[in-house]
Design a protein around this ligand. Structure first.
Ligand code: ADP
Ligand code: MG
Length: 309
């Protein structure tokens, strides 16, 4: 299945000006009680995604030793959950997402969706990358319809469904525009609509808003939460922004520096999401807790980057 492979080569990287792990300051109050790493909530039913002792080793040409990107990853994602994943740059976040997407195979361990082991990419999982991986020669609507062609949906239904998802991401009226005629935020909306159009159970998002300006990012975060509530998707969302992780996630999984492992999984709960969530004292507490968890990992990761390049 070639649906996502063209997009996969796009590297996810932070952009200047965005709030970054290393540069964050944080609130100072009591630390919320974290969950043990890898444990699912006391949920009924099996997890939607089960990551079991997963490791990924790359053999790099010219290097004498194999390169371990992630190791011993254990994580359950519940059906309908919005899970965010944070970790220092280079810790293996994208590697882990690619494994769940089935774009690469784990070296050790297993990943199961609905109890079945992943053997490759599938239309049960939609992926959204940082860069707008749209086809420049297709209009917004035709980009959204793309996945439906792969699914052999008849033309009329393809168009109707593409239009439905175009509306859902707030781009009513922009269907005939080509990607270069859309703003960055709009293109990313199209990318989200395209992933939703073939109705996957799981949405895998790799720093999808990292390249956007702060205002556009915030409005897309809100949109995404609205869409998630409406569609009941299971979402795994990678970010290097602590605020973004806390704002979006029902749980936040924090990774160690490379080789990446799950350091802790934190439950995030607010009494109400009304008003400015970021001004809620608990927001600051979660933020500070995650910042503390990451501080040492970021230092290690930076040292690794200096020594390994
Ligand atoms: P993150 O997304 O957390 O920034 P990545 O998952 O992209 O990190 O990368 C983790 C580590 O694995 C990095 O050091 C990266 O250079 C390395 N890596 C990723 N993909 C490959 C590959 N195909 N071959 C060799 N090394 C890789
Ligand atoms: Mg990445």
């Amino acid at each position: 299945m070639s649906l996502h492979t063209a997009e996969q080569s796009v590297a996810g990287r932070a952009v200047p000006g965005q709030e970054d792990l290393a540069g964050s300051t944080a609130g100072r109050s009591a630390v919320p009680v974290p969950e043990a790493a890898g444990s699912g909530r006391r949920a009924a039913g099996p997890p939607k995604i089960a990551i079991r002792d997963v490791g990924k080793v790359f053999r790099v040409r010219g290097a004498d030793r194999p390169f371990t990107a992630v190791e011993g990853i254990d994580l359950d994602v519940r059906e309908g959950e919005f899970l965010t994943l944070v970790g220092p740059s280079g810790c293996g976040k994208s590697t882990l997402l690619d494994l769940v997407a089935g774009l690469t195979a784990p070296t050790t361990g297993r990943i199961l969706i609905d109890g079945r082991e992943i053997t490759g990419p599938g239309l049960d999982r939609g992926i959204v990358f940082q860069q707008y991986a749209l086809f420049p020669w297709r209009t917004a609507l035709d980009n959204i319809a793309f996945g439906l062609e792969a699914k052999a949906v008849p033309k009329k239904e393809r168009q109707d469904r593409a239009r439905h998802y175009l509306d859902l991401v707030g781009l009513d009226g922009f269907g005939q525009r080509y990607p270069h005629e859309l703003s960055g935020g709009m293109r990313q909306r199209v990318a989200i609509a395209r992933s939703l159009a073939f109705d996957p159970d799981v949405l895998l998002m790799d720093e999808p808003f990292a390249a956007l300006d702060a205002q556009t990012r915030e409005s897309l975060q809100e949109e995404l939460l609205r869409i998630w509530e409406k569609t009941n998707k299971t979402v795994v969302f990678i970010t290097h922004g602590i605020d973004e992780a806390v704002y979006l996630g029902q749980r936040v999984a924090v990774m160690t520096s490379r080789p990446g492992r799950i350091k802790q999984v934190l439950d995030v709960a607010f009494d109400s999401r009304e008003g400015d969530l970021r001004a809620d004292p608990r927001f600051g507490e979660y933020r500070h807790h995650i910042w503390t968890l990451l501080r040492d990992e970021v230092a290690v990761a930076q040292e690794q980057e200096r020594t390994i390049g």
